[in-house]
Design a binder for this molecule. Sequence first.
Ligand SMILES: [Zn+2]
Length: 343
Amino acid sequence: MLLENFRPQSKLVTKTTLVEKPRFPAIDAHNHLGEAFGGGWDQKPLPQLLDLLDQAGITRYVDLDGGWGEEILNAHLDHFKAPAPERFLVFGGVDWSQWAERGEAFPEWAAGRLRVQKARGAEGLKIWKSFGLHVKDHKESLVDVDDPRLAPIWETAGELGLPVVIHVADPVAFFDPIDETNERWEELGNHPDWAFTSPPFPPFMHIMDGLASLVTRHPNTTFIGAHVGCYAENLAWVGALLERCPNFHVDISARIGELGRQPYTARCFFLQYADRILFGSDMGPYPEAYRVIYRFLETEDEYFNYNAAPIPMQGRWHVHGLYLPDEVLEKIYFRNAQRILQD
Ligand SMILES: [Zn+2]
């Protein structure tokens, strides 16, 4: 038998808790509704979507798929926000492709687009992971995350009160050689385009140092580091940045696999930074996906799959619940988001 065909079934007899709804009505601070990552709900009837969210106990949903021009933003605002303003927040973006044409005027131009997006109804700014990996300036040079030329964008977001959900880098192992020691070998085999082996890509820590200096340099701008501050493998690093920068927060989207395989460290992290952590799924508006996260946050269930798929996508390990106390759950499920995300 080949190792890839091995499907061991755990014989542990432990508790299995079904948590259908979150302990407190939840705000999902990181998710999608467009075709690529969110199930194409911009093309489907809204009542169906609201029904799913009701089933999952999600009161408000941050849709990060407003795109980078105003066309997609407008379409999402019209489809989701206009008919159900209390249920959705739609975030805009930066059109990096314009740097080539606009040259040195690009940063001010991009900052100006934020004003337009805010006026139209955008309630935040999403920075996608291409920033730091692919985005180039008008001279075709790769742009660092903390490039000082971009200050007008971050300062304007702060001035307009637009929180910035920022995703840079990716799982650390995506930057390593794809060999027998790579813990994401199987996932990278399924998605070769997710590999950012360095070189030629910048080292993982170069990008993370850039994030830290960006957040430090713009204390009046609210940053939400996606996927546990983009470094769920190292909660001490994330905690240190949270300590240093009161304007920094993190969401927990798509990182239950990482958090749940270091349950003691993760539980301490949640207790210590309870005011700085936002609930988020990143898996579309689906109750099955939400329920895994509720189980992880609320129960003391042990050694369970963190994915809906039979073979967990991020790696063949299992996770342990954090049994967080109510006062922490309340903050993570909605109080922090209520405070940080405007409406
Ligand atoms: Zn996402």
